[in-house]
Write a protein that binds this ligand. Sequence first.
Ligand SMILES: NC(=O)c1ccc[n+]([C@@H]2O[C@H](COP(=O)([O-])OP(=O)(O)OC[C@H]3O[C@@H](n4cnc5c(N)ncnc54)[C@H](OP(=O)(O)O)[C@@H]3O)[C@@H](O)[C@H]2O)c1
Length: 331
Amino acid sequence: MTAIDSTPVKSPPVDACVVAGSDHPRPDGQDRYTIREVAAYTGLSAPTLRWYEEIGLMPDVERSHTGQRVYGNRDLDWLSFVRRLRLTGMPVADMVHFAELVRRGEDTYDERRQIIDLYYMHRRDPAVPLAESVGAMAELVREGKVKHLGLSEVTGAELREAYAVHPITALQTEWSLFSRDVEHSAVGAAAELGVAFVPYSPLGRGFLTGAFTDASTELSSSDFRQLLPRFTGDNARANAALLAPLHKIAADHDATTAQIALAWVHHRSQVHGLTVVPIPGTRKRTRLLENAAATRITLTAEELALLEPIAGRVAGDRYADMSLTSAAREE
Ligand SMILES: NC(=O)c1ccc[n+]([C@@H]2O[C@H](COP(=O)([O-])OP(=O)(O)OC[C@H]3O[C@@H](n4cnc5c(N)ncnc54)[C@H](OP(=O)(O)O)[C@@H]3O)[C@@H](O)[C@H]2O)c1
């Protein structure tokens, strides 16, 4: 977390809210400007430019030996950025805070960009050939900026196509007792190519934890899951009823339904000869430990048989708009 000084900003000079950036052409061939030149270029008055600096919206500007401000091209770029911020309608105080965040990011940029271990493309752009996207990612590996490449929500055929361009280290797609469409082709292709599978939402976005009896009325109005078909209307109640075997198996193992749901994912990975790294999301440390402990649970053949039909009976798609999922492109 970055601490930001939230001291209220003093009143601006009269024209401080004029949008910076005029039609004046940027002076070429030089990188040192007087405040008057910058004012002409940006359409901001000299008092406004000084005020931007005073409130921290502008980094400290270099001074000449006579104490005059000397602006550089970086400063002009920064003022263009401020203009874009201003165009969003952001209040000046918020702009100051945001600018501070961006500056801190730039300061640590070199440090942060050293190497990204695993760089994912989370959705393929249907308008761009996959080989082109993966080719661009591979370029980052060649430049030493990234170590490994990952994809999300691609079909088995697409994974193979991508792999032919550059080895893919991980495939991240939804996989759980409620969502098994990846077993159609993606899981098999990942196993064959030696790509690790990262099942996201392995707890059915919380549904498989047994937290809901009627999610359509139990979710807060700000919870995005209200937009997901499985959590709404009649689907919500029908899907809760599917969890009966899960509750029974959990009780028999003295475990939670979340743990049984995760143990099932691990079991399926073994069936497919696949390395999996499920990523259940939680805000609680105790649940993190609980979920990790699921790897120690082994389900019996009878238990697996009880769990087998659940996915086929789930009411509602995993997204309201399935067009960007791999399932939509499976043949
Ligand atoms: N690649 C993609 O397109 C994509 C899409 C969606 C999600 N993801 C990633 O997948 C990960 C997890 O997905 P998710 O959070 O949507 O779904 P999830 O892991 O299936 O479910 C998370 C929900 O389960 C609850 N929970 C977790 N452990 C629990 C436990 N032991 N007992 C009871 N409740 C438990 C959490 O509540 P608490 O927080 O209150 O514990 C949270 O509401 C995230 O890292 C997310 O970024 C990736």
